[in-house]
Design a protein around this ligand. Sequence first.
Ligand code: TXA
Ligand code: MG
Length: 353
Amino acid sequence: METKIVSMTEEQPDREALRLAGEILQKGGLVAFPTETVYGLGGDALNPESSKKIYAAKGRPSDNPLIVHIANMEALKKIVKEIPREAYLLADAFWPGPMTMVLPKSDAVPYETTGGLETVAVRMPVHKTALELIECSGGYIAAPSANTSGKPSPTLAKYVIEDLAGKIDMIIDGGFVGIGLESTIIDLTTTPPQILRPGYITEEMLQKVLGKVEWDQAIIDADSKQAPRAPGMKYRHYAPKGELTIVAGPEADVIAYINRHVEEDEQKGEKTGVIATSESAAGYRAQVVRVVGSISNEEEIARNLYGVLREFDEDGVTRIYSEGFWKEGLGEAIMNRLLKAAGHKVVWVGNNK
Ligand code: TXA
Ligand code: MG
């Protein structure tokens, strides 16, 4: 299949291309598009055939449900059986924006879209191109991140092209996404509501609106045998090709440990890489040292993380070490993704042993 690639910005939309993209979606085709979090791979959420095509293009297991993207509150009423008061409160506070709510689904939403569940995940993005595309397509776009299943989510169109060119009808290149990590998912079908995936909208922000919120136990306890309540969270994710280890502890000990191991790895013929901060980068002796951002700027780290992981693949790095970035707020989302990318491999050094 030939994939049409078009470019536009939020400020300068290409209305003709958006109209064409909307038509493709209405006919059951697939279009990748920018959002404020990561690029999405869109299909008509109310068309079971479109959802099947999304799973096939991504190589994604079909028990992993899709998020339905809408552009207004009217649309929510059609796809949700009953809208609880909390949903209106959250929508008021964080929509349009990087927050997804899990709610009981209506009959309009096919099981192909929800992975067989009676609930549906819904998000209203704030990215103008995404919103216009939703309007042009009839109002309901099912969109997982636009990557091959298992790889880091795309923060640039070139990564979408890498994974999906030839497999989908169109890619809208809107440049770099703003946030760089997927939306926060909050499940409103439980009491109290549960965070199923941390993101830019933090626990504290949700608490201000909802009062009590809990974490899905499977996120708090990585070794938990309990299945995560967001089915997608159980799969290995965001993984670079090289083996990734997180090294945690006081900075000097972390640097010493990583440099020692880098040397040993290189003697064995491995190509080594380090994920560092702008403050620590000069201390590392690996073949490839990539700065993910400043230790004091989590937004920068969030924005760069997936790109850095993908670049190690481009460099053919086989052994990667990363510092840990444990912090409240956005730090929760960063570490959640980094831990998954590392398959939860963490080494503690120094006093923190
Ligand atoms: O920021 C985002 O949310 C991006 C952009 C494109 O909007 N989308 C995204 O979709 O991250 P995806 O498919 O990569 O991740 C969706 C997550 C999965 O972990 C899935 O299991 C969970 O949402 N999910 C979807 N529907 C659910 C439901 N009904 N109940 C529980 N979890 C659900
Ligand atoms: Mg994804």
